[in-house]
Design a protein. Structure first.
Length: 77
């Protein structure tokens, strides 16, 4: 079993999204749609199963991205 982490990006200069700075700023209905998307999208793959563990904050996304880029540098990419 593998573990995937997905980082969602919101354009910081989009005037319709200026109020979104963190996961808690998403309206609940959008969070539910995001969860549904990931659970239903991966269920089509052979043996596909997704356990959605929720949305995290921007600091967690930054740590994930920093860890990913450090891994690429370590592997010579």
């Amino acid at each position: 079993m593998s573990c995937d982490i997905t980082v969602l990006d919101v354009q910081h200069q989009d005037p319709r999204r200026l109020h979104i700075r963190d996961a808690c700023d998403f309206p609940n209905v959008h969070a539910q749609k995001i969860e549904y998307f990931f659970e239903s999208h991966n269920s089509f793959e052979a043996g596909g199963f997704v356990k959605f563990e929720g949305l995290d904050d921007a600091a967690a996304a930054n740590r994930t991205l920093q860890g990913s880029s450090a891994g690429l540098e370590t592997n010579g990419h």
